[in-house]
Design a protein around this ligand. Structure first.
Ligand code: GLU
Length: 476
C-alpha cells in the first residue's frame, strides 16, 4: 500500500469560511488516520485574484483549528517548494514532454477568432469544443501564446471515493489550456503535476471540479502518471439549503469564530458534521474519535446545510464540558480590564453560574457585567417590565423594602437566600415574575441573570444591599 498523502491546496484569494476549510479537515483526518502526511500547497497562478495577506490568514486558520501540516510553503519538506509560482520550471519541463509526445500545441488564435468559433457553434446548436479547431500547422511554442493540451476524447468510467461510480462520454473531453500566455500554468495543469510530483495519494476537493475531471483523467494518461484516489466533496449549502454557502449568507471567516470564542474542537466537530457522520446518531465527536471514525465512504453525496444555531449549540456543549479551571483560563481575554482585579475564586463562581447558557465566549462580558461593576440604576428596566410596570411606585418601594429587610438578616448562604426568597413570596402574596424580577433588576440592573438566589449568593451581602439601596433611592 502506498503511504497516504493528502493535501489542502487553497488559492490565496481570501479568507476561509467553514465550507472552504472542510476539505482541509477531511484531508487532514484521512492523513492522521492512516499515519500519513498532510500537505499545504498554495495555488497562486492566478495573480489577478490574489489577495494581500491571504497566505498568512490561511496558515493562521489551519493553526487555530489545530490542523497541523507536515509539509508546506512555510515549513518546507521533501517536495519543496509548495507554492505554485515557485514551481514554474516543473510545469515547463512537463509541458515540453507533452509537446515532444505530440500532446500539446501552441494555440495560434486571437481571442476574437476564438469568439468567432464560439458563436458559430452556438448558431449551429452544437457545443463549442476547441478540439474542433485544432490548427493544422501550429506554430512552435515560444511562450507568447497559450499552450493547449491535445486531448484524446473518450468515454470514462471511474470511481469517486465519495460519489461512487461515475461515467462520462467523449464529448466532455476537450483541448484545455496548460500554460497561459503570461507563462503561468492553469490550475488544470499545475495541480496534476504537483499532485504527481508530491506523491499525493488522495485528492479531496469541491464539487466544482467534477465537470473537469474527465479532462484530468485524459491528462493523467498523456503524462503517464498514476492518478490519485479522487474524492469529491458536495457543496456546503447556505442556511436555506438551496444554494451553495457563500460569504453573503453570513459564512464568516473561521478566524472570526475563533475570535468570538468558539472552541477549536467544537468548530472541528461541527465542520466534520457538515456532510459526514459515522452512520449513527452520534453528534459530538472528539478529535481523536473523528480521526478514528472518519471515512470517505460516509461522506454524504448531497450538500449539507450550514446552520449557525447548531454550531452555537455544539460549542455550548463543549463549553459545558469544560472544568471550571479550564474555562477560567480560556475566557481570560474576553473579560474587560476591571475583571482582572477580582480573585480567581470569585470569577469561577461567576463562570459556574453562566457556564450552562454560554454559547461562545464573547457573550461573556454582557452576561456577567453586573458581577463586577455596579451598573447605574436604569428606571426603564422597571417601566418597561411586563409585570412591574403595572405596580405603583409605593407598591414597588414597599416590596423592595421588605426584600431589603429580609436580605439584611440573611447570612447569604444559598440555602438561606432560597428560603428567604420563598418566604417573601408567601408573605407578599406576589408571583416570582413580580417579586423576583424586582429584586433581580435592583441587584443586577439587567433584565436577565442566572438564578436569583445563586446570583445573590455570588454577589454577596454588601454588594447586593448597596444595590437595593440605590434602587430604593431612585424610587424615592
Ligand atoms: N486551488 C483550488 C481552490 O482553491 C484547489 C482545488 C484543489 O484542491 O485541487 O479552489
Amino acid at each position: 500500500m502506498k503511504p497516504v498523502r493528502t493535501r489542502f491546496a487553497p488559492s490565496p484569494t481570501g479568507y476561509l469560511h467553514v465550507g472552504g476549510i472542510r476539505t482541509a479537515l477531511f484531508a487532514w483526518l484521512l492523513a492522521r488516520q492512516n499515519k500519513g502526511a498532510f500537505i499545504l500547497r498554495f495555488e497562486d497562478t492566478d495573480k489577478k485574484r490574489e489577495v494581500e495577506g491571504a497566505r498568512e490568514h490561511l496558515i493562521d486558520s489551519l493553526h487555530q483549528l489545530g490542523l497541523d501540516y507536515d509539509e508546506g510553503p512555510d515549513i518546507g519538506g521533501p517536495f519543496a517548494p509548495y507554492t505554485q509560482s515557485e514551481r514554474l520550471d516543473s510545469y515547463q519541463k512537463w509541458a515540453q514532454k507533452l509537446i515532444e509526445s505530440g500532446r500539446a500545441y501552441a494555440d495560434p488564435y486571437t481571442p476574437e477568432e476564438v469568439q468567432g468559433f464560439r458563436e458559430a457553434a452556438q448558431k449551429a446548436h452544437k457545443p463549442f469544443l476547441y478540439r474542433n479547431h485544432r490548427p493544422e500547422n501550429p506554430p512552435a511554442w515560444d511562450g507568447t501564446k497559450p499552450l493547449r493540451f491535445k486531448s484524446d476524447p473518450k468515454a470514462y468510467d471511474w470511481e469517486d471515493a465519495v460519489m461512487g461510480q461515475l461515467h462520462t462520454g467523449p464529448e466532455v473531453v476537450d483541448d484545455f489550456v496548460l500554460i497561459k500566455s503570461d507563462g503561468y500554468p492553469t490550475y488544470n495543469f499545475a495541480h496534476i503535476i504537483d499532485d504527481a510530483e508530491m506523491e499525493i495519494s488522495h485528492v479531496l476537493r469541491g464539487q466544482e471540479f467534477l465537470s473537469s475531471t474527465p479532462n484530468y483523467l485524459n491528462l493523467y494518461e498523456a503524462l503517464e502518471v498514476e492518478r490519485p484516489v479522487l474524492a469529491t466533496m458536495p457543496h456546503v449549502m447556505g442556511p436555506e439549503g438551496n444554494k451553495k454557502l457563500s460569504k453573503r449568507d453570513g459564512a464568516k471567516d473561521v478566524l472570526d469564530y475563533i475570535r468570538d470564542g468558539y472552541l477549536p474542537d467544537a468548530l472541528v466537530n461541527f465542520i466534520a458534521s457538515l456532510g459526514w457522520n459515522d452512520g449513527t446518531e452520534q453528534e459530538i465527536f472528539s478529535r481523536d474519535e473523528l480521526i478514528a471514525k472518519f471515512s470517505l465512504e460516509h461522506v454524504h453525496t448531497s450538500g449539507a446545510s450550514f446552520d449557525e444555531r447548531r454550531l452555537e449549540w455544539m460549542n455550548g456543549s463543549y463549553i459545558r464540558a469544560l472544568p471550571l479551571d479550564d474555562l477560567l483560563n480560556k475566557v481570560a481575554d474576553y473579560w474587560p480590564e476591571e475583571v482582572s482585579d477580582y480573585p480567581a475564586e470569585y470569577k469561577k463562581q461567576v463562570l459556574g453560574l453562566v457556564q450552562e447558557r454560554l454559547k461562545y465566549f464573547s457573550e461573556l462580558p454582557e452576561l456577567t457585567r453586573f458581577f463586577f461593576i455596579d451598573l447605574p440604576v436604569n428606571p426603564e428596566l422597571i417601566s418597561s417590565h411586563k409585570h412591574l410596570k403595572k405596580l405603583s411606585i409605593d407598591e414597588l418601594r414597599d416590596l423592595l423594602q421588605q426584600a431589603q429587610a429580609s436580605l439584611e438578616a440573611s447570612d447569604f448562604s444559598l440555602q438561606d437566600l432560597t428560603d428567604r426568597l420563598n418566604n417573601l413570596l408567601e408573605k407578599t402574596g406576589q408571583k416570582p415574575a413580580v417579586l423576583f424580577s424586582l429584586i433581580r433588576i435592583a441587584t443586577t440592573q439587567s433584565p436577565a441573570s442566572p438564578g436569583l438566589a445563586d446570583s445573590l449568593a455570588v454577589l454577596g451581602k454588601e454588594t447586593s444591599l448597596r444595590r437595593v439601596k440605590a434602587q430604593l433611592n431612585q424610587l424615592n
